[in-house]
Structure formats: C-alpha cells, structure tokens
Design a protein around this ligand. Sequence first.
Ligand code: COA
Length: 161
Amino acid sequence: MERKALYAGSFDPVTNGHLNIIERAAKMYDSLTVAIAVNPQKTGFFTVEERAEILREVTKHIPNVEIDCFEGLSADYVNKHGFTAYVRGLRAVNDFENELQMAQMNALLFKGGTETALLMTDPKNSFISSSLIKEVASLGGDVDDLVPPYVVERIREKLSK
Ligand code: COA
C-alpha cells in the first residue's frame, strides 16, 4: 500500500521551519502532498498562486513532494485523497494543546483511519512563524536565516511594490 502523507498550512510564506518538516516527512512516506489551506475570508501577503509557486521552487529538490491547495475542512481533503497520515509540526508546548484538540477532532472526521503525525520542530526553528517573518521583513529587519533565499527574494520584491 502506498503511504501518502499530507502537510497542510497557510504557508504565507513557507519558512525554514516548514521546509525542515517537509524534508523529514518526505523521507517517512512514499509521497508527501504539501497543501495550502485556502481561507477565502483572508487576503494573504502572498496570493495562493504565489505561495504555491514559492513552495514548488523551494521543494524542487525533493522528488516525492507535490504542491496543491484546498478550501474547506482539511479532513474532507484527507478523505477525498485517502492520505495515510496528516503531518503537523510541533514547535513548543503551547502548540501542543491546539494540535491535540485538532487531532482529536480530526480523528472523528477522518474516514479511512488516517493518523495525525506530529513531528517535533528543529529547535533552531522553534520561534519562527510566518507572521513574525512578515512583520520583521516589512519593518526592514533581516530574515535571511529564517526562510529559504528564494523566499527572501520574493518578500523583497513584494515589499518594493
Ligand atoms: N516551524 C516554524 N513555524 C511553523 C511550523 C514549523 N515547523 N509549523 C507551523 N508554523 C507556523 C506557521 O508559519 C504559522 O504561523 P502564522 O500563524 O504566523 O502564519 C503558525 O505556525 C500556525 O501554523 P499552522 O498550525 O500550520 O496553521 P495554518 O494557519 O498555517 O494552517 C490548518 C492550519 C491547515 C490546520 C488550517 O488552516 C486548516 O486546516 N484549515 C481548514 C479548516 C480545518 O480543517 N480546521 C481544522 C478543524 S479540526
């Protein structure tokens, strides 16, 4: 049986923390789908298309990763595609409570026995969040060590517009 995993998030933008989870999860499963959860009520810093394009660029070295996007419940997307695992990154203890709640809710919603798989974030990435990156970069701070170089380029390009 093919072991397919899903890693979902806003990825606005993808950070080194996300990329580390993607690289590790891709080694654990036959294929990994990284999917942008689209919230039609929210306008992001990057559009969904831009986020997908950035994700494709920064994951192009990982052959078993594909990029997609979906609207609505992540459990519906999981059930539609029959993923074996739903991967989440756990940064610090305060992530745990939310993740536990979400995993327990999803356990009721997943139809085919999909398991939530929590991967511990590398400690060097534990303070990173996409919002923090956007705030620091928009105020002129250096985020070069926190996101892939291509993301730095795309943030600069966006801010200059
Ligand atoms: N390293 C560094 N930062 C990380 C990280 C990691 N390993 N993992 C997550 N983060 C950051 C993200 O950048 C994000 O930062 P931000 O809030 O500043 O943007 C933050 O942690 C939260 O990330 P995440 O938990 O992945 O949330 P999300 O908003 O990106 O996406 C979904 C969460 C995909 C679960 C949610 O949007 C979703 O599924 N929506 C559909 C509705 C649904 O099914 N809800 C759940 C019902 S049980």
